[in-house]
Design a protein around this ligand. Sequence first.
Ligand SMILES: [Zn+2]
Length: 93
Amino acid sequence: MEQLVVEQGAILPDLNAHGTEEQLELYALGRLPGSGQVRLEEHLLVCAACRDKLNEIGDFALAMRAAGKQLMADSRRASAARGKRGRAIFPVV
Ligand SMILES: [Zn+2]
């Protein structure tokens, strides 16, 4: 019965909609748009293969993010050094 297939699909959300490497990378970086993030998170709950992939990509993404933070910190420090010391409040990361 075709209808039964549809109902199963509704019960198991996106079980077959694996995240692409790009999606997983964006997700690991926290840059996946809201709706895509929710969908991917739901998929990750039911898909060990994508979780493994995310772990692999996550290591890389974390390194990239750390590098990005460092760059941002450097530029903040540079602008702070331009004469507004004591005024800037930096969140401690
Ligand atoms: Zn998957």
